[in-house]
Design a protein around this ligand. Structure first.
Ligand code: Y12
Ligand code: CO
Length: 176
C-alpha cells in the first residue's frame, strides 16, 4: 500500500542511543517494509548515501546504502536494503574520507578493509551474498559499525579525536 512520505529525526552525536547494540530482525513484514521506506525517504531528504536504523532510534540490524552511479545520479534501482548482515571475509586496507548524518559537518580519513564479503537478507527474507569493494565496501563497514554501537570518529587517532571533541562542543554551544 502507498503511504505518505515520512521523514524521521536523525539521532545526532553525542546522543548515547548511538552506542546501543542492535538486534536481529525476526519478521520480514509490513512494519519492516514501512521502516525501510521511511529510512529511504529520510536518507534522500537529508542528502545521505547510507543510513542505519539506529540513526533513527530503532535498534534493529537494518541499514540502507544508495551510492551515486557513474552519471553521479542516486537512483533507487541501486538501493541496497540490508537486514541482519554478517561480514564473512575482509581483505586489504584502504583510507577514505568519511562523513555521517549523525555527525553532520565533520569528515575525516578512516582506515578500513578494502574488500569484504557480506551475507544478509533483503526485505523479503531472501538471503544475499555479495563481494564488495570500493565505496560500497567502505559504506557497508561504516553502516555495520552503527549496528554494533560504533561511530567512525572512534577510529580517529587520540589527538584528532580530542580536537574533534573540542570543536563539536563549541559547535553545540553555538547551537549549530
Ligand atoms: C563512505 C563513507 C561514509 C558513508 C556513510 C554514509 N554517510 C552519509 O551518508 C553522510 C551524509 C552526510 C550528509 C550531509 O549533508 C549534506 O551534505 C547536505 C552532511 O553534512 C551536514 O549535515 C552538514 C554530512 C554527512 C558512506 C560511504
Ligand atoms: Co554513519
Amino acid at each position: 500500500m502507498r503511504r505518505h512520505k515520512v521523514i524521521l529525526d536523525i539521532v545526532v552525536y553525542p546522543d548515547k542511543r548511538l552506542r546501543n547494540k542492535s538486534t536481529n530482525v525476526l519478521e520480514f513484514d509490513e512494519k519492516l517494509h514501512n521502516l525501510l521506506d521511511d529510512m529511504y525517504e529520510t536518507m534522500i531528504t537529508k542528502e545521505g548515501i547510507g543510513l542505519a536504523a539506529i540513526q533513527v532510534g530503532i535498534t534493529k540490524n537494518i541499514l540502507i546504502i544508495n551510492l551515486a552511479n557513474e552519471d553521479e545520479k542516486q537512483i533507487k534501482e541501486d538501493l541496497l536494503e540490508v537486514i541482519n548482515p554478517k561480514i564473512t571475509h575482509l581483505e586489504g586496507s584502504e583510507i577514505y574520507q568519511e562523513g555521517c548524518l549523525s555527525v553532520p559537518g565533520y569528515y575525516d580519513d578512516v582506515q578500513r578493509a578494502k574488500s569484504i564479503t557480506v551475507e544478509y537478507f533483503d526485505r523479503y527474507g531472501q538471503k544475499i551474498i555479495k563481494d564488495l569493494d570500493g565505496l560500497l565496501s567502505i559504506a557497508m563497514q561504516h553502516e555495520m559499525d552503527h549496528l554494533k554501537g560504533h561511530l567512525f570518529i572512534e577510529k580517529l587517532s587520540y589527538l584528532k579525536r580530542k580536537k574533534f571533541e573540542k570543536e563539536w562542543k563549541k559547535k553545540l554551544k553555538a547551537g549549530k
